[in-house]
Structure formats: C-alpha cells, structure tokens
Design a binder for this molecule. Structure first.
Ligand SMILES: Nc1ncnc2c1ncn2[C@@H]1O[C@H](COP(=O)(O)OP(=O)(O)OP(=O)(O)O)[C@@H](O)[C@H]1O
Ligand SMILES: C[C@H](N)[C@H](N)CCCCCC(=O)O
Ligand SMILES: [Mg+2]
Length: 235
C-alpha cells in the first residue's frame, strides 16, 4: 500500500477539497484509491456535507463511512478536546489497529488529518505523531493570503524536525484578482522551505464534485508525487 497524508497549515485551509480532488483524479487515472479521515469533529460522518462524505464520494471507495472515519465528535474542536467533552479519549493503538484493517483494501490511500499538523488527537499524540505511525509522505495545504509564508514555513520545519517526508505544498484558494502577497508568496515559500509547490489552486465560485476534480486536474501535478512513489497509473 502506498499513500499520502494531507495536512495543512491550519483548519479550514482546504485539506478536504484538495484530498478529495486528488482522490478523484487518481481514480480517473485508474489508481485503486482509498480514503481515511480517522478523526472528524463538528459534524457527523454520515452528514452529506461532512469531510467523510466528500472523500467517499470522490474516491468512490466501497469503504463505509465508519471505516473511513472511525472516530467522530460532536463539538467543532480539536479531537482531544471534543473527545474529553464526550468522555471518549482515543489512543494511537486504536487508530493504528483500525488502519491495519483498512489499508489492505486499496493500493493507494489518501489520508486527511484534522486541522493543522500539530492538533492534539489524543492525550499524548498529535496529528504529526499519527503521520509518523502511518509512515507516508505529507502534502501541506496552505492558504494563499498574507501570513501564509510564516504558517507554511513553521509547518514545514516542524514536519522536517520530526523526520516526516514532505511530498510538497499546495497553495489553495487564490482569488480571481490575486493581490501582491498572493502573487509573490509561492516563490518565496518554495525557496525558503526547500519543498516543491505541487500546485496553486483558485478559489472556486461554484464548489461541486466536478469543479473540484477539474481544479485539481488542472492545477496540481499529481505525477510529481505519484512518480516518486512508483505508483503505476492509468492513461
Ligand atoms: N479552492 C477552493 N475554492 C472554493 N472554496 C474552497 C476551496 N478550498 C476550500 N474551500 C471551502 O473552504 C471551506 C474549508 O475547506 P475544507 O473543508 O476543505 O478545509 P479543511 O482544511 O479540510 O478543514 P478541516 O480542518 O475542518 O478539515 C469549505 O467550505 C470549502 O468548500
Ligand atoms: C472543527 C474543525 N473543522 C476541525 N475538524 C478541527 C480543528 C481543530 C483546530 C485546533 C486548533 O488548532 O486550535
Ligand atoms: Mg477537512
């Protein structure tokens, strides 16, 4: 099994949009792709607008929403905090055990974290610890606007400091009239971080499964990380 873990510089940066778009593009390339969003908070995994639902739809995996998202929490908070409120603390062993049961179901997995890379998932583990346990490279989704250089640099340096492999960065949601910071940040980010920018995606005016897939197909070079991982793909 090969895969990539989609994390971000923050919550709400577009991890699900990018992860689900990549899943759809890989499916179109006849890659046997599965999805895993182990922790979801603030919405039910079966809600049609949940991360889980979009990831499932775009990958067309037969995995159930429970397979994809074994741990869901009501409050829109860090999973550890939401879990404490529910009296349910998840430990890493539970997550890895669940992962071992589903990882055999597909050749390639796209995993989505929760919030940014240092969000607490359990009493003693963060998103970054889960990434380390799954031993797959990361894609960092970042905002386009002023402030993103710092956020992205901090995320990259933290990931590198704990030995995570970084496939690249996606700068997501550039407005139609990109301002000076949006136009200048990508180059400085790539130079400062020493990590490839896999793509710069626009802010869609109409967010549909089709527009997400088309956006990723047009703006993200998935071969940049597929080739590195030796993933055979269709035409
Ligand atoms: N390129 C884009 N164009 C238009 N809307 C976007 C784009 N990327 C993200 N959005 C919107 O921004 C919001 C946040 O995106 P998304 O849910 O993917 O973020 P996230 O990083 O997965 O958040 P979370 O940390 O909660 O999982 C959603 O409403 C989504 O539809
Ligand atoms: C609720 C939200 N949509 C995410 N699922 C969780 C974001 C946790 C962020 C925690 C933090 O960085 O302060
Ligand atoms: Mg998400």
């Amino acid at each position: 099994m090969k895969g990539v873990f989609v994390t971000g510089t923050d919550t709400n940066v577009g991890k699900t949009i990018i992860a689900s778009g990549i899943a759809a593009v890989l499916r179109e390339k006849e890659v046997d792709v599965g999805v895993f969003k182990p922790f979801l908070s603030g919405i039910s995994r079966d809600h049609p607008e949940s991360d889980t639902s979009l990831l499932k739809e775009m990958s067309q995996t037969p995995l159930s929403t429970e397979d994809i998202t074994p741990f869901e929490f009501k409050e829109p908070l860090a999973p550890l905090v939401a879990g404490k409120l529910k009296g349910k603390l998840v430990n890493m062993t539970e997550v890895v055990r669940h992962w071992e049961t589903i990882r055999v179901k597909h050749d390639f997995f796209i995993v989505e974290g929760a919030g940014g890379i240092a969000v607490p998932l359990g009493e003693v583990f963060l998103v970054s610890d889960l990434i380390k346990a799954l031993q797959i490279p990361i894609i960092i989704v970042a905002r386009p606007n002023l402030g993103t250089i710092n956020h992205t640099f901090l995320t990259v340096k933290y990931a590198q400091s704990i030995g995570l492999s970084i496939a690249g960065i996606v700068i997501n949601g550039v407005g139609e009239k990109a301002d000076l910071s949006e136009r200048t940040s990508p180059e400085i980010i790539e130079k400062l971080c020493g990590v490839p920018i896999l793509g710069i995606t626009p802010k869609l005016t109409d967010v549909t499964n089709e527009s997400i897939q088309q956006m990723v197909k047009e703006h993200i070079d998935v071969s940049l990380f597929l080739n590195k991982m030796g993933v055979e793909k269709g035409e």
